[in-house]
Design a protein around this ligand. Structure first.
Ligand code: PTJ
Length: 247
C-alpha cells in the first residue's frame, strides 16, 4: 500500500500498475526497463505536459480527425498505464484499437484482448484469431498487422513504441503519431507527429482536445496541420527538459 502523502506518490502508483501487469502476465519481460527510461525523461520534464507537447497534441488530434481509418496501436505498457483513457479516446475519435506487441506471444495477446473485452471494448483487433497480414510483404513479426486495422489504416497512433516498428511504418504511406518521452528515440525521429509527454497525461489531454476539435470546421484542422513542423517541434521539445530540484 503506497502512502498518499509520499512526495512521489503518483510515480509510485505507476510503478505499481506496471508491477501488477507483469504479475498478470501480459507485460513484456523488458517492460520495466522501458518504463524506467520513461520515468527518467519525465523527471527532467518536470512531470508536466510542455508547450511543444501540447502543440503536437493539437496537430495529432487534427490528423486523426481528418483520417479515414485511424488506428490506435497498443502494447503491454500502454495497456498497463492507460487502458481506460485509450478506450475513451478511441470512442471519441471513432478509431480502432489494435494489439501490436513487439515481443508477441499468443498468451500475452489473449490476456490483453480479455482485458479490453472485460471493459466492454469488444472490437479489439490484432487478436490471435484476427486476419493478420504483413506490411510491405515483410514476413517478420515486427511487420504483422490486422488487415482491417494497421494494415489498411491511413493514420496510426503508436504510443510508447519500439523503434523498429516506427521505422517500418515510416516506409509506408501511412502517417504515424507517437507519444514518447524520449525526443531522441528512433520512434520520435521517424514519426510524422511526436508528442514528447507521458502517456498518462497525453491521452486524456488528446481526448479533451478531440472533443473540442470534432465540432470545428475541417479547414481549422487543416490549418493546424499546415502550421505544424515536427522537426521544429522536436527541437522545442528537447528545449523543454530542465534540471529541477530533487523531490
Ligand atoms: O508490449 P511489447 O511487447 O510491445 O513491448 C513494449 C516495450 C515498451 C517493452 C517495447 O516496445 C520496447 O522495448 O520499447 P523501447 O524500445 O524501450 O521504447 C519505449 C519508449 O517509450 C522509450 O523511448 C521510453 O522512453 C518511452 N516511454 C516509457 N514510458 C513511457 C514512455 N513514453 C511515454 N509515456 C510513458 N509512460
Amino acid at each position: 500500500m503506497i502512502n498518499k502523502n509520499h512526495p512521489r506518490y503518483e510515480s509510485l502508483l505507476l510503478r505499481e500498475k506496471i508491477k501488477n501487469a507483469y504479475k498478470e502476465g501480459y507485460l513484456a519481460e523488458t517492460a520495466m526497463i522501458a518504463h524506467g527510461r520513461g520515468e527518467a525523461f519525465d523527471y527532467l520534464l518536470g512531470e508536466q505536459t510542455s508547450y511543444p507537447a501540447k502543440r503536437a497534441i493539437y496537430a495529432a488530434v487534427s490528423l486523426l480527425l481528418l483520417s479515414k481509418n485511424p488506428v490506435i496501436s497498443v502494447n503491454g505498457n500502454t495497456v498497463a498505464l492507460a487502458i481506460d483513457d485509450i478506450i475513451d479516446l478511441a470512442n471519441t475519435l471513432n478509431a480502432k484499437i489494435e494489439i501490436n506487441l513487439f515481443y508477441r506471444s499468443d498468451e500475452r495477446v489473449d490476456k490483453i484482448a480479455e482485458l479490453f473485452k472485460s471493459k466492454g471494448f469488444t472490437e479489439i483487433l490484432g487478436t490471435n484469431d484476427d486476419d493478420i497480414k504483413y506490411i510491405n510483404s515483410i514476413e517478420n513479426p515486427r511487420a504483422s498487422a490486422s488487415s482491417s486495422g494497421i494494415y489498411s489504416a491511413d493514420v496510426v497512433l503508436i504510443p510508447l513504441e519500439d523503434g523498429d516498428r516506427a521505422e517500418l511504418l515510416s516506409k509506408t504511406d501511412k502517417k504515424t503519431i507517437t507519444i514518447d518521452l524520449n525526443p531522441l528515440s528512433r520512434t520520435s525521429m521517424k514519426s510524422n507527429i511526436s508528442i514528447v509527454d507521458n502517456i498518462i497525461r497525453a491521452i486524456p489531454f488528446m481526448n479533451k482536445i478531440a472533443k473540442d476539435l470534432k465540432v470545428q470546421n475541417i479547414s481549422v484542422l487543416k490549418d493546424i496541420l499546415i502550421d505544424y513542423s515536427n522537426e521544429d517541434n522536436l527541437k522545442d521539445s528537447i528545449g523543454s527538459f530542465k534540471i529541477k530540484e530533487e523531490k
